[in-house]
Design a protein. Structure first.
Length: 547
């Protein structure tokens, strides 16, 4: 079979190379030119049977080039195909064909479709009898000018849009630069502090776990070491949680879910947790008090975030108080708001630093800056309170103490549904068949241990593909705990497939993997709930029972 010689004309080198590669792979012989003028010189010296030409090119464009070919007796019988991404209007095509071209192809095209079109032109070459250009010179020039003006107008509009977008980008960059310069010193201090704050608890965790692993027969020592490991784990988790929450707020990706909460029950739970924290901080000389209000009622807030706010305030008060009291309580204001307060007898805040207290990474300039912490707690607390529709303020006197106030909407009635679920109420998941999709052995053994103690039957999948296969084969799975980041198939893809097979099967995301649009991806994939790692065992069981 005779090899057909093709001339490709395009001022874009990448387009030339792509078409050359495609045609060479299909046994065509190729020549290339960057514009119509160069192409005409090639055609004078070499015989070609097919031309594939772009239109918008320097020196001589495709329309001029085609016209030159079709008016030259030596070149008029060469098959001519336009291949363009700029001249794509119907009038462009009509004008191109009126010049004598056999085909008009718009970019981009799938390689297979492009080849099929070229082969059809070659196959039907005999049908494409070359006709002399019937239009008069004046009419051709008129049409040519119309097409050129049309493209210039479109290009001008595109350029105007690009200029406006560029101006907007420049303004935004100037604002971003100014903001970056303002926070540069604080960010530098934060990064220097972060390395220390993360490595310190990690060092304790790793060190004491290794000691415990040596099986010291002294059980008391084991208990002490385990308590140190537990405390430092909580410190590390708190640091990570604060960083993640700040990131979520900056990305406008933190959701507030307000509900009616029983105030006394909430504070009782918070105080009980902080009594343990007080012991871990070696604050035996500090008394933690809950000053109950006679008018017991409810507050409208996000339970998790309000707990986080009050915990932050109590934690700060304990850190900066060596002896005396830390008191938490609330009052009902005249305009029917609840005003929480956390009062301490600590070091207080210097007057010259009072306006910086809610700034990120700020820890004060006194000798107490050696106290552990990232300087994020109060900044995060303020943002969370405002997101719940409340206000925060404080009173302080140096070397005497501080009182922080958080105001939120008060609700008279107490809801009976505000009952705490405990780990002892395990009947809801007893004998349930739970599929755990988890590639990490340590995480799986922990989850399995918790579920088996609650009486559940545990089935394991080591990746998303295995989880899908198990759900296909078994119809007795009650619900699935799905990790997100796994080999073979991730949890998001696996859940989409499982939900298509069985929309009623409950699938819960159980993961430490966090990214910007995490919530959107989780629920669009079909997950019914999300539990973050590391998880609190009581909370973990409570969520499963509720679902």
């Amino acid at each position: 079979m005779k090899t057909m010689k093709v001339l490709i004309v395009d001022d874009n080198q990448e387009n030339l190379d792509m078409v050359e590669y495609l045609l060479k792979a299909n046994n065509f012989e190729i020549s290339k030119a960057l514009n119509g003028k160069i192409a005409l010189e090639i055609l004078k010296n070499e015989k070609h049977e097919l031309i594939i030409s772009d239109i918008l090119m320097p020196v001589m464009d495709g329309f001029q080039f085609c016209r030159e070919c079709k008016t030259d007796p030596r070149l008029k019988d060469i098959l001519f195909v336009f291949y363009t991404a700029t001249y794509v209007d119907q009038k462009d095509e009509e004008f191109a064909l009126s010049l004598g071209a056999q085909k008009f192809i718009r970019k981009p095209q799938e390689p297979d479709i492009f080849l099929k079109t070229i082969n059809e032109v070659i196959k039907n070459a005999e049908k494409f009898t070359t006709k002399p250009i019937e239009k008069e010179e004046k009419e051709i020039l008129k049409l040519y000018n119309e097409r050129l003006i049309s493209k210039l107008e479109k290009k001008n509009l595109d350029l105007e849009k690009e200029i406006e977008a560029h101006k907007k980008t420049v303004c935004e960059l100037i604002k971003a630069k100014e903001k970056a310069e303002e926070s540069d010193k604080l960010k530098s201090a934060f990064l220097a502090n972060m390395r220390h704050e993360i490595r310190t608890p990690l060092n304790n965790i790793v060190g004491f776990i290794k000691i415990i692993a040596k099986n010291d027969p002294n059980e008391t020592k084991h208990k002490e070491m385990a308590e140190i490991v537990d405390f430092n784990s909580k410190v590390l988790i708190k640091i990570i949680d604060d960083i993640i929450d700040i990131s979520k707020i900056e990305a406008n990706n933190l959701t507030i879910n307000n509900e009616i909460i029983n105030i006394d029950k909430l504070i009782n739970n918070i105080v009980a947790a902080n009594q343990i924290a007080k012991k871990e901080l070696s604050k035996e000389n500090v008394e933690l008090i809950f000053n109950k209000n006679n008018k017991n009622g409810s507050v409208l807030a996000d339970r998790i975030r309000l707990t986080q706010v009050l915990n932050n305030l109590i934690s700060n008060a304990l850190k900066y108080t060596e002896e005396g009291i830390v008191e938490i309580g609330y009052t009902i204001t005249e305009n029917n708001n609840v005003k929480f307060y956390v009062k301490d007898t600590g070091i207080g805040i210097p007057k010259n630093e009072a306006d910086k207290i809610f700034s990120r990474f700020f820890k004060g300039s006194n000798n107490y800056t050696t106290i552990r912490g990232m300087g994020l707690g109060l900044s995060l607390t303020k943002q969370l309170v405002e997101m719940m529709g409340g206000d925060i303020c404080f009173e302080t006197e140096e070397n005497t103490g501080s009182t922080f106030y958080v105001t939120l909407p008060f609700i008279e009635q107490i809801t009976p549904s505000d009952e705490k679920i405990t780990v002892n109420k395990i009947k809801d998941i007893k004998c349930k068949n739970i599929l755990v999709a988890e590639d990490d052995n340590g995480n799986f053994l922990l989850t399995q241990n918790v579920l088996k103690k609650a009486g559940a039957n545990v089935i394991r999948a080591e990746n998303g593909r295995e989880a899908v296969d198990i759900c296909k084969k078994r119809n007795d799975i009650d619900f699935v705990l799905m990790d997100i980041k796994m080999p073979v198939m991730d949890g998001l893809e696996a859940t989409k497939i499982i939900k298509e097979m069985n929309p009623n099967l409950i699938v819960i995301a159980l993961s430490a993997f966090v990214f910007t649009d995490f919530g959107e991806n989780i629920f669009s994939a079909g997950f019914d709930h999300f539990i973050s790692k590391p998880f609190d065992i009581d909370t973990f069981i409570a969520v499963l029972q509720k679902i």
